[in-house]
Design a protein around this ligand. Structure first.
Ligand code: IFM
Length: 455
């Protein structure tokens, strides 16, 4: 028995699942799709732990009717998915690929036909390679390239799609892709990272403005990776390091969007961003989003580290924290993290006219990877289910304390390609047997089916 009911979350609370194009679609060479930075990266030896790639993935490109039906079967309402920029504009700009648009029209049709709401993410990391060849996110022109892509998508789908998210986790794709080189496009260093941050932050707001202009009745959001940051020690240096880490992990893209500018007081090295600012940019970074997408999996316990330039912070490895449980990703299970983040996100001061800065929060991703075993055609994923239930209890706790959290989307609908980790970590409510592409609804998915069937 869970200590809560569906009705405790309120009649309008949104339930659903989230996915991303490159992680599930496959069909990378079909119907005129262009090459993305993830195609290039996964085919470069040594980049992916298991030497795997997204060429076939879950074959969602062909199996989407059956896959979307699982969301309906679980009695959920929201189907969050992302559009692949190179499917729609194979060279990133200019020529539109009608077959790419057709595919997403079919996905949207199927979603609506099942009585679900399509929630579309515009950018979930699969930048067209042709644009990376011109500098990618480090080139300021990307704000216009991205704007062109948003124009095409909003005009094509805006009559039927009313929920939009501009970027997925900009901190993650700029830190891993342009600072540490662990994700595509594999660049390293502040000289790549800082311009990428500024241009992504500008594109985030610009995308919002284009959607507002083109889509009548749109609900516009964008999503942020987050991890509640704690200082591992009581010293002043440790607390300063935790503050700078929090600035990068939780505030770098959120605060400019909220009209608060970059969090440079908390992380002085961010003043280096000024090098890329042009007159009027600070105002252009702001956009009045209808909702904020919060995505979280773990907390960050941080200590002072004299060798990490910039934040002077180092995260204590999850395995060294004495936690009871680590997920397949090696992440500590610590459910209170989601509650503390919800409180932090909701605590921003209102705009001068009194309207709240953060109006609604949707948990646009939360979930866990654990090793799954198929037994007699079933997957008894008790650990995943407990992780989700414990996190939901913390979401409810925050909501009861007045935080405007109005939805929870599970990462993910299907097991899928987990970027540099390959296919080993399984996050799905639906198990995917990759060689046969057979699907099995896991116990966690069955739990949602029953839980959400309640009045
Ligand atoms: O798989 C990713 C997703 O693409 C972005 N958010 C975190 C997930 C799990 O690592």
């Amino acid at each position: 028995m869970t200590p809560f009911h569906k009705r405790d979350f309120g009649p309008h609370f949104l339930w659903g699942t989230a996915t991303a194009a490159y992680q599930i679609e496959g069909a990378v060479r079909e119907d005129g799709r262009g090459v993305s930075i993830w195609d290039t990266f996964t085919h470069t030896p040594g980049k992916i732990k298991t030497a795997e790639n997204g060429d076939v993935a879950c074959d969602f490109y062909h199996r989407y009717p059956e896959d979307i039906a699982y969301i309906r079967q679980m009695n959920m309402r929201v189907h969050r998915f992302s559009l692949a920029w190179p499917r729609i504009l194979p060279e990133g700009r200019g020529r539109v690929n009608p077959k790419g648009l057709d595919f997403y029209h079919r996905v949207i049709d199927r979603t609506l036909e099942l009585g679900l709401e399509p929630w579309v993410t515009l950018y979930h990391w699969d930048l067209p390679q042709a644009l990376e060849d011109k500098g990618g996110w480090t080139n300021r022109e990307i704000v216009a390239w991205f704007g062109e892509y948003v124009e095409v998508c909003s005009r094509a789908f805006g009559d039927r799609v009313k929920h939009w998210m501009v970027l997925n986790e900009p901190t993650v794709f700029t830190v891993l892709g342009y600072l540490q080189g662990r994700h595509a496009p594999g660049r390293r260093g502040l000289a790549h990272f800082l311009p990428a941050v500024h241009h992504a932050a500008l594109a985030q707001a610009e995308g919002g403005r284009i959607l507002r202009a083109n889509v009548a009745g749109a609900q516009i959001g964008t999503t942020f990776s987050a991890s509640y940051v704690e200082s591992a020690g009581p010293t002043w240096l440790s607390r300063m390091a935790a503050m700078a880490y929090d600035a990068v992990a939780n505030r770098l893209f959120l605060e400019p969007a909220l009209g608060l500018g970059y969090p440079w007081r908390r992380a002085p090295f961010l003043h280096l961003l000024r090098r890329y600012l042009r007159p009027g940019d600070l105002e252009r970074l702001a956009f009045d989003f209808d909702f904020v997408g919060l995505q979280t999996y773990f907390r960050s316990l941080v200590r002072f580290d004299p060798f990490t330039l910039g934040t002077w912070a180092q995260e204590i490895p999850h395995a060294e924290r004495g936690s009871q449980e680590l997920t397949e990703m090696g992440w500590e299970v610590w459910p209170e993290n989601i509650y503390l983040l919800l409180k932090q996100f909701a605590a921003y001061p209102p705009y001068p006219d009194g309207t709240p800065r953060v109006r609604r929060i949707i948990i646009t991703e939360n979930g866990a990877a654990f090793p799954d075993v198929v037994e007699d055609g079933q997957v008894h994923d008790a650990k995943r289910l407990k992780y989700i239930q414990d996190h939901l209890a913390q979401v409810l706790r925050a909501q009861r304390e007045g935080v405007p959290v109005e939805g929870y989307l599970v990462w993910s609908l299907l097991d899928n390609f987990e970027w540099a980790e390959g296919y080993r970590p399984r996050f799905g409510l639906v198990y995917v047997d990759y060689p046969s592409q057979r699907r099995i609804l896991k116990d966690s998915g069955r739990w949602f089916q029953e839980f959400l069937a309640e009045d």
